[in-house]
Design a protein around this ligand. Sequence first.
Ligand SMILES: *Cc1c(COP(=O)(O)O)cnc(C)c1O
Length: 354
Amino acid sequence: MPTPLSKTIEKFPRVRLGHSPTPLDAAPRLGASLGIELWIKRDDCTGLAMGGNKVRQIEFPLGEARSQGADTLLITSAVQSNYVRVAAAAGRKLGMEVHVQLEERVPGVDALYRASGNVLLDRLFGAKLHTFPVGEDEPAADASLDLLAQSLADEGRRPYVIHLAPAHPPLGALGYVIAAEDVLTQARDLDLEFDAVVCPTGSALTHAGLLVGLRALGKEVPVYGVCVRRDAGSQVERVRKVAAELAAMIERPEAFNGDDIQAFDGVLAPGYGRLNDAVREAIAMAARQEGLILDPVYTGKTMAGLIDHVCSGVIAEGSRVLFIHTGGLPALFAYGDRIGNWLSEVPWGQGEDR
Ligand SMILES: *Cc1c(COP(=O)(O)O)cnc(C)c1O
């Protein structure tokens, strides 16, 4: 008998921060308009500082930070990063000083993007903001953060760095192994069997965590990752690396098969953090049919990917589909002008039906 998953995960230090389990909600009107039975895992409701998937993810790095006696937390990501906002809140909650490095990943942004949404919250939490003008270079961003950590250590602080590139153990993915267990328990209680799971895939901690978690728990349901950051080829490699490492960490190497990764980049253009019509329409549909808020960078794209998969038949009509709502709501306000301009141009009824 293998060790139960919960026992294996217990070996990793963890700081509990999130509300759990998050709700599993039916979305009957949006589902009906797409010809599927749609359910939403409400990880936008993880609680801390406006929630989202990063609350599940940060519990493990923070557990390690605490076990090392760290007093200063460092993190690097995009300007409107939800991870940075959650790290700032969580670090403060644990009495730590927080340094964040904001990377210029999105071209042509406006003043609102730099000041509102997550940036406003980072400042509210009293995080020290540093800039990183290079957009797409994760190893360089990590190296720059390590330098900052070194200078803080020289001043007598005890820094802990949350790295971005996959050169470090994917501790955050453990949070999504737990989420997989959470979903299966809720599905069992409701007597539900899902035909497909759809989630965003960026750093791949969510995607890999769900995939390995579901397989380790004996579920073969397809997990469709919708690319929010890089093309499908690179993303599959990213998920493969994270998932293999994660499966080894939880002592379930057999729970991962390298051919079992689905990543779709058909709604990614024009790139990370940038809107397109399919995304805007998905955001409007969820809002107008379910009163559900999606964000422009991640969940809006993911819903657009789900809609695409239903239209193209990858997800068959009548399927029971689970959408993982990973949060990201503060970013909506940072994109407020662009979304607002679009809303003034579209007919009132758009998004209500297809
Ligand atoms: C970070 C983020 C994602 C991407 O998740 P990864 O685990 O990095 O792949 C998706 N949705 C939201 C709202 C996020 O903040």
